[in-house]
Ligand binder design. Structure first.
Ligand SMILES: [Zn+2]
Ligand SMILES: [Zn+2]
Length: 173
């Protein structure tokens, strides 16, 4: 068994739309290479810094991620044409797909800056935590807005039709 400690530069696309490992940034890798009957079993851990954006309030997120790596690299292609696509040791082993799978499945699909982030006000976009508990808008609901409009027009002397005083109308009476 051999152990390896390495630092890799992150390849492209170790990310989901909102969060990921920036390409080119450091990925610290600790690997154990074990010779087994079928080939080489590689297990280990990778650690990197994440950059992203909160899915609720859009604040930047900086966080770390540690993922387990495990892959069996076969010494030779399986005989009899197995359907299963297996990685085969050639001159070197390519761990990039292993790292990518581990990272992308471990990333939160909807990252948050911290647990319980309340996000932004749907009306004005202010962060709800900054706004305080009593942050409300008068027109919370379009139905209330319609109601408010009604109340306004029925107020005495507001916007109702002016009483007509033309001579035509007086004749009809
Ligand atoms: Zn947030
Ligand atoms: Zn608001």
């Amino acid at each position: 068994m051999r152990t390896l400690e390495e630092q890799w530069a992150a390849p492209e696309a170790l990310s989901t739309p909102l969060i990921g490992i920036p390409a080119g940034s450091a990925v610290d890798v600790e690997l154990r290479l074990e010779s087994v009957h079928e080939g080489i079993l590689i297990t280990g851990e990778a650690h990197a810094e994440l950059m992203g954006e909160c899915s609720r309030c859009l604040d930047p997120i900086q966080d770390g991620i540690t993922v387990d790596l495990q892959e069996l690299f076969l010494a030779a292609a399986p005989e009899g044409g197995s359907d299963e696509e297996r990685l085969v040791v050639q001159e070197t082993v390519d761990l990039e797909p292993v790292l990518r799978d581990a990272v992308v499945t471990a990333l939160p699909f909807q990252p948050v800056c911290r647990p319980g982030c309340q996000g932004l006000c749907a009306d004005c976009g202010i962060r709800l935590e900054d706004a305080g508990e009593d942050h409300v808008h008068e027109q919370l609901d379009p139905r209330w807005a319609a109601l408010a409009a009604l109340t306004k027009t029925s107020e005495p002397g507001a916007t109702g039709p002016e009483p007509k005083t033309s001579s035509d109308e007086t004749e009809e009476r």
